[in-house]
Design a protein around this ligand. Structure first.
Ligand code: ADP
Ligand code: ASP
Ligand code: MG
Length: 482
């Protein structure tokens, strides 16, 4: 059995949904073990839902028009998919009205919730999760009914009944024991025999049934949760590029597909910003050893990227890929009192943890005169407050002179299993950046030696990525020797 996940661009309108269905119809004739499908919301809908919630929270009535825009997009897809011709076809008409009525019920629920947000002028992360869940719920229902209408028996599955998380809204932590049991119980039901489950990506619920989400891009993760729980042979992530590429193709147009990636490399690529995969996608597959494929819905004949425990590679370069995290800020704690002082690092990380800031990168000068941490821009206010309160004493007695903030930065990472014990890699990285005139603000190397990360100014984004790509991947680039 396989799990196939289709992302927002693969289901963004009726035309794309048809391309997806072509892939499924072909697979049905080939795959004797069967398969199930996970879909995202249509491209852009989750962003729109967030804007709607925030607009309503601000007391601005224009959120209503934005809700209607979402409804219209659904209706257009239904009109195109279910009744392109043959208005006299009674069955089709009945089905169309049924689907439209079910979608309208969901839209009414969304209207009610947003009206509540508007009235109380407040949208907690918990309410935001509920609002965001509609993107996947509307779209997967639509897809399931469309498959059914084509004679491909399908069932809509709301993953909130199966994926159980804690109550960390916005990035729910999956409770695997309960989740796996629920998924296995559900799929052992004989009624599902021969049916394709069309499962909502991205969403789950707490044990008490409160809606949660798995973090942006989380539908990839949903696919691997189901894939692992059901012991699938493969997990396929269908998207709008031919696989995981050496770098973001929007910035580095010459980036090529990486045929095979190890699980660790894929984790590092996604953690350091390659949004083609949610960073947690690999977690369930690590234990189960299920290969994850990245494939292109609009170009299905291309093989794609295979992510597995033991990838077969005949790579020319020791660096596998380049990724970047935009919109980060560096907090630099400076002070002679940091030298040899035990426990300060613990206090710093404790305070940042309590403020809910996610530390992307740490670097400490060997003189111990400064400690620098890199976090996302939006987490700065909370992080700074937490540090000022935790380190009030050290700041007063000047053990720490200052908390310096440098905004408008970006983390760039080079990743590759072949980098271990290869000193020439750093030299080449910095000479590539030097030649391109890019100023490096800070550096860190992970202890796995599978990545080297550095901080640059945001304005150097394209220049830096293109220079690094040229340095390691241009046809005439010389490989570094260990
Ligand atoms: P989906 O809607 O299918 O989930 P996403 O937009 O989340 O797709 O991810 C696919 C996009 O990720 C690609 O269109 C590409 O622009 C971007 N991307 C960034 N880095 C990479 C990379 N290294 N390889 C492939 N795609 C990447
Ligand atoms: N729809 C969600 C998002 O936009 C999840 C996903 O697409 O994977 O983040
Ligand atoms: Mg995605």
């Amino acid at each position: 059995m396989k799990i196939l996940k289709f992302g927002g661009t693969s289901v963004k309108d009726a035309g794309h949904i048809r391309s997806m269905v072509d892939i499924l119809a072909r697979l049905r004739t080939q795959e004797s073990g069967g398969f199930h499908v996970v879909c995202s919301a249509m491209k852009g809908i989750t962003d729109q839902l967030i804007t709607i919630a925030r607009t309503a929270e601000a007391g601005d009535q224009s959120y209503k028009a934005q809700i209607e825009a979402i409804g219209k997009r659904q209706q257009e897809a239904v009109a195109d998919l279910f009744a392109p011709e043959g208005l006299d076809d009674r069955d089709n008409q009945r089905l169309t009205s049924e689907v439209l009525a079910a979608l309208a019920r969901k839209m009414n629920e969304l209207r009610d919730i947003c009206h509540g947000v508007f009235l109380v002028r407040e949208c907690s992360l918990r309410s935001l999760d509920l609002v965001m869940s509609f993107g996947e719920r509307l779209n997967n229902y639509l897809v399931a009914r469309y498959l059914d209408s084509l004679g491909i028996p399908s069932v809509y599955v709301d993953a909130r009944a199966l994926v159980i998380t804690d109550d960390s809204h916005g990035r729910g932590v999956v409770q695997f024991e309960r989740t796996n049991t629920r998924i296995r119980d559900y799929f052992s039901n004989q009624v599902l025999e021969g049916m394709i489950a069309v499962i909502t990506g991205f969403i789950g619920s707490t044990e008490k049934g409160i809606t949660t989400t798995l973090g942006r891009n989380g539908s990839d993760y949903t696919a691997s949760i189901f894939g692992a729980a059901l012991g699938c042979s493969d997990i396929e992530i269908w998207t709008d590029v031919d696989g995981v590429l050496e770098a973001d193709p929007r910035v580095v147009p010459g980036a090529q597909v990486i045929d095979d990636l190890s699980i660790e490399e894929a984790m590092e690529m996604s953690y350091f910003g390659a949004e083609v995969l949610h960073p947690s996608t690999m977690l369930p597959a690590v234990e189960t050893n299920i290969p994850i494929w990245i494939k292109n819905t609009m170009n299905p004949i291309v093989r794609g990227t295979r992510i597995s425990r033991n990838p077969s590679t005949t790579r020319q370069s020791r660096v596998t890929g380049i990724a970047s995290i935009p919109k980060v800020t560096m907090i630099n704690l400076v002070g002679g009192g940091l030298i040899g002082s035990k426990g300060i690092a613990g206090k710093i990380f404790g305070a940042l943890g309590r403020s809910d800031a996610n530390i992307i990168m740490i670097s400490q000068a060997s003189s111990e005169h400064s400690i620098c941490v890199v976090i996302r821009e939006e987490e700065l206010t909370g992080a700074k407050k937490a540090l000022q309160s935790e380190l009030a004493h050290e700041l007063r007695v000047k053990q720490i002179q200052n908390i310096e903030i440098t905004p408008n930065l970006e983390v760039v990472s080079i990743i590759g299993g072949g980098m271990r014990g290869t000193p020439g890699v750093s030299g080449k990285l910095f000479s590539s950046l030097g030649q391109a005139g890019v100023n490096v603000v800070a550096i860190a190397q992970g202890s796995s030696e599978m990545n080297i990360s550095l901080v640059i100014h945001s304005k150097d984004h394209s220049n830096a990525l293109q220079a690094i790509h040229r340095g390691f991947f241009a046809p005439d680039a010389q490989d570094v020797t260990p």
